[in-house]
Ligand binder design. Structure first.
Ligand code: FAD
Ligand code: NAD
Length: 404
């Protein structure tokens, strides 16, 4: 009898968790599993702000997919997904086609630009290893060029971050540590460097605990960050960014580097494949299947799960993507073995936002924390995510142990 074929698209948090859970749970000849990913490595998206600032080498944030999969049970295919042909139950890759019986779409998210002019052309986004490396190199190039050119253009030393959500704040925390190093390396007076964060909402980290937000703002201001709150990015240009409080109060900030960190949407593949989506995210059924599909699960940043308590979507996080991976592995096997499917219930253990490697804010297990305690907790969370996919050997290889 032909074995049921499970195809998993994306080896990020959700996809890799699904694959590693499935490989533990299936019998040797029970199913065929294929895991497809653009690169032959997985990257920790949650560490990309560090690679982008240059405080952590990009090789530290990635590891070979082959090091965590059991090749007797999972076939890894390096390929780029173009779309899913739902009617013919096959995935179209740039490199060919893959038929499936059960599909897991775990291709992550994309930067949300809200159609703002110039962002795609002139701003960077923290989305993968290559974009992180590009941001790091670009900033360093600006510092090196400033020092080398005769008419020293100070705007080269201005870095604008659009958005003070968790990504923007974590990146600013790293920049605050990196800029003094760059100034030293390139003989630049630190007073000439400007780090500006532009946030449209009336506060930094909208919706987060105000006491922790005040702590974060004070700490980042000490590291040289200037916040422009209640101010929206309106346009990115070749020379900087246009911001405004309303239609009339518009201002241009000349900047050598603009990093757009103001939100994510689902992967374009989802809409291209004809799934009904909101900002690229599919509102999945309680068992994580796409509505109207018995054989397609969608997880991670391309899925949308409603928090019934507040009737709003859960924010797209690695924490949720990994938990979804566990549920999907269970539910696919339940379908194959004719058992009951589980309902996905997120178990939010907390949120910790780093402010550099040595500082953080957070709420974990109902407790608020700041400074070195929160920073320690952040590293525990980072190491735990490695452990859940690759066990102790991955933690030893890639873990963060610079605790104090
Ligand atoms: P990802 O982990 O992004 O993986 C998607 C995978 O799909 C990637 O391997 C990618 O290469 C692959 N892929 C994409 N397109 C294709 C294609 N066309 N073909 C083949 N493969 C493809 N969340 C937290 O819970 N805690 C945090 O501390 C945290 N920190 C963050 C810090 C930063 C700087 C950022 C940007 C995000 C952070 N998040 C955090 C959010 C978290 O990273 C995402 O929610 C999470 O990565 C989503 O997981 P995923 O499995 O959906 O996608
Ligand atoms: P976000 O949506 O959480 O924050 C984006 C911010 O940009 C918001 O504060 C918004 O008001 C602002 N913004 C939107 N349009 C703007 C404009 N035109 N001009 C200026 N500001 C504008 O996005 P994010 O920070 O990229 O986070 C994405 C997801 O990843 C979230 O779910 C977040 O929880 C998660 N994440 C978690 C962590 C963590 O747990 N430590 C870290 C990073 C990201």
């Amino acid at each position: 009898m032909r074995k049921p074929k499970i195809v998993i698209l994306g080896a990020g948090y959700g996809g890799l968790m699904t694959a590693t859970r499935l490989q533990k749970a299936v019998g040797m000849n029970e199913v065929e599993i294929q895991l497809v990913n653009k690169n032959d490595y997985h990257y920790e998206t949650t560490w990309l702000h560090e690679a982008s600032a240059g405080t952590l080498h990009h090789d530290r944030v990635r590891y070979d997919i082959s090091s965590v999969i059991d090749r007797n049970k999972v076939e890894f295919i390096q390929g780029t997904v173009v779309e899913v042909n739902r009617d013919e139950k096959k995935v179209i890759l740039e490199e060919g086609e893959l038929p499936y019986d059960y599909l897991v779409v775990a291709v992550g998210g994309e930067s949300e630009t809200f159609g703002i002019k110039g962002l795609k052309e002139y701003a960077f986004s923290i989305v993968n290893v290559n974009s992180a490396r590009q941001i790091r190199d670009h900033i360093e190039y600006q510092f090196a060029t400033y020092q080398a050119e005769e008419d020293k253009k100070e705007e080269r030393l201005t870095i604008v971050v659009g958005g003070a959500g968790f990504t923007g704040i974590e990146f600013l925390g790293e920049l605050g540590n990196r800029v003094p190093e760059l100034c030293k390396e390139y003989d630049i007076d630190p007073h000439k460097v400007k780090i500006i964060c532009v946030e449209a909402a009336p506060t930094v980290l909208p919706g987060f605990d105000p006491e922790l937000v005040n702590y974060a703002v004070a700490q980042l201001e000490k590291k040289g960050v200037t916040f422009m709150i209640g101010t929206a990015v309106k346009e990115a240009t070749e020379t900087g960014i246009i911001v405004g409080k309303g239609e009339d109060e518009v201002e241009e900030i000349k900047a050598g580097t603009v990093v757009w960190a103001a939100g994510v949407r689902g992967n374009a593949i989802v809409e291209k494949s004809g799934f009904e989506a909101m900002r690229g995210r599919v509102k999945v059924q309680p068992d994580l299947r796409a509505p109207g599909h018995d054989d397609v699960f969608i997880i991670g940043d391309s899925s949308l799960v409603i928090n019934e308590e507040i009737n709003r979507p859960y924010p797209p996080t690695a924490q949720i993507a990994m938990q979804q991976g566990v549920t999907v592995a269970h539910n696919i096997l339940a379908l194959i073995r004719g058992k009951e499917l589980e309902t996905f219930v997120p178990d939010i253990k907390g949120t910790v936002c780093s402010l550099g490697h040595d500082d953080a804010i957070g709420v974990a297990f109902g407790k608020k924390m700041t400074g070195s305690t929160a920073s320690f907790m952040k590293k525990v969370i980072d190491n735990r995510s490695l452990y859940m996919v690759g066990g102790p050997s991955l933690v030893l290889k890639k873990g963060k142990f610079n605790i104090f």
